[in-house]
Design a protein around this ligand. Sequence first.
Ligand SMILES: *[C@@H]1O[C@H](CO)[C@@H](O)[C@H](O)[C@H]1NC(C)=O
Ligand SMILES: *[C@@H]1O[C@H](CO)[C@@H](O)[C@H](O)[C@H]1NC(C)=O
Ligand SMILES: *[C@@H]1O[C@H](CO)[C@@H](O)[C@H](O)[C@H]1NC(C)=O
Ligand SMILES: *[C@@H]1O[C@H](CO)[C@@H](O)[C@H](O)[C@H]1NC(C)=O
Ligand SMILES: *[C@@H]1O[C@H](CO)[C@@H](O)[C@H](O)[C@H]1NC(C)=O
Ligand SMILES: *[C@@H]1O[C@H](CO)[C@@H](O)[C@H](O)[C@H]1NC(C)=O
Length: 496
Amino acid sequence: MFPASFKWLFVSSFVVRVVSQTPFDPLQHSGPASPYFDAPSREGISSNTPSGCTVDQAAYILRHGSRYPEPGSFQGWQTLFTKFQNATYTARGPLRFIPSWTPPIDDEPHQPLFLSSTGAKEAFELGVELRNLYGFTKGGDNFTVWAAAQQRVFDTASYFLRGYLSQGNYLNNPQLNRGSIISLPDSVNDTFANSLTPSSSCPTYNAGNTGSITSDLFRSTYQDGIARRLNKFLVGLTLTASDIGIMQDLCGFSAEINGDTRFCDIFEEEEWLDYEYAHDLNYYYGSGPGNPLSATTGFPWVQEIARLFVGGPNISQVDKSGNLIPPPLIMGFTHDNNLPPVLSALGLWNTSATSPLSLTTPNSRRSFRSSYVVAFRGYIALEKLTCERELLSDEPAVHTSNVLGSLGSGNDHNETQLGSFVRVRVDKAPVTIPGCNSGPGSSCPIDDFMTHLERRGVIAGDFVERCGLQGVKDATSLVTFLTTQPPPNSIQLVGI
Ligand SMILES: *[C@@H]1O[C@H](CO)[C@@H](O)[C@H](O)[C@H]1NC(C)=O
Ligand SMILES: *[C@@H]1O[C@H](CO)[C@@H](O)[C@H](O)[C@H]1NC(C)=O
Ligand SMILES: *[C@@H]1O[C@H](CO)[C@@H](O)[C@H](O)[C@H]1NC(C)=O
Ligand SMILES: *[C@@H]1O[C@H](CO)[C@@H](O)[C@H](O)[C@H]1NC(C)=O
Ligand SMILES: *[C@@H]1O[C@H](CO)[C@@H](O)[C@H](O)[C@H]1NC(C)=O
Ligand SMILES: *[C@@H]1O[C@H](CO)[C@@H](O)[C@H](O)[C@H]1NC(C)=O
């Protein structure tokens, strides 16, 4: 893997390194404070559906869209503002704006905690993107999604549905509802594996969580240096390490809240890479592969999606009545910390060459990058592909009267089915499953995917057992909410 900002050109026997035109963008290195962006392809694989293949089922687990700060962070912004105001000083160069800076909150009762308009846009755009990409939901059909209960998560699902369903003249007729959101209980400890926030129901989970300790230690190695550099632009005011932490957060947040990128401009590339690495440590050791309970909490969702993929889009029609039929596009809206467990369950981004992450020295070739998964509206998608032999480039497509053709209908009408494959995409970029990439677009043949999951299941262990829930009433290691009729009061209709 090469750093994202370089391209390599192979010119006869010379290797020429070309500095790409794209300048360094701190908004793509701000971890969970980054507004959504498509992660770069790091394995040289196109994010397009491989030719000859169609996606017949897909499952997404995603973080809510861009939001205002949590109340605790907002307090930090206010403290910084008070510090900037309650002193007489001169500020030069990149810090000249701080005497006139105000925190980007102008409706305090309704903003902190909640989605910003950028977050609404990110959700709407994903709805449009996935409708066009998969073509699953016929015009006029209903569509159901699942969301963890918190308002900003629910609102992300709602804006997603608007994007997904906004075709035709339905907006004028809200009683013809076509969008439904099933709201799942959030942060309670009696849903066990069966929710989109399973770590909240795993009592042993925090014992393995050393995320904030490792990230705080790493921050203490670079924040003082940044403060010293910036203090040269100030006379009469002294920035401290903790001010630096808040000011770096304000790059991503201000950019998505009101388009102000002045905090992005005051730090240097190395300082952003350190800031990003502190986030990487927090997620890797907190909710990612460095927490021994991470795979345990992520595995039940992955296992259920695999079961639905093997059963095919019609699986629930095989069951007797009373069950819910999940749509071919299965959307789960949740929080940042519920994404790394899915990577852990699948065994991704943890290759032995670059893991576990060093507590002191970032490896620029590491695969684990928080900015590429837990940016706002970040997602992990599993796609089930059905692939046919591709037409050769000089082979004509042949049509027989009144028979709808197919991608592989060549001259001899041998429609060679290649079979079914699973592909993983994280913030759009395909990620190969270690040891399983022989399919089109480096996808994994579905039988091999199931074998891979059996091995991962051993590493993940049983949810009830490893979370210390043996003997607890109703404790379950299974995700069943996707196929179970929810209580009526948990279904909300989006009138479009
Ligand atoms: C403002 O500054 C004065 C003196 O410089 C200090 O005594 C006071 O505590 C400060 N107030 C706040 C809210 O920081
Ligand atoms: C769509 O859902 C609404 C509300 O649940 C229901 O009244 C309607 O019949 C459904 N339409 C279709 C086509 O299934
Ligand atoms: C979690 O479950 C235990 C035992 O069932 C209960 O005593 C406790 O109050 C619950 N905690 C929360 C935060 O709901
Ligand atoms: C990630 O890799 C480390 C070391 O290579 C290993 O100890 C850990 O168990 C792995 N995590 C998962 C979830 O596979
Ligand atoms: C799935 O169900 C639909 C609608 O009932 C049907 O048209 C389609 O042929 C079924 N597909 C398979 C693979 O059974
Ligand atoms: C098409 O199928 C027939 C019979 O299954 C086989 O004999 C023939 O070789 C195939 N042709 C190609 C081009 O694959």
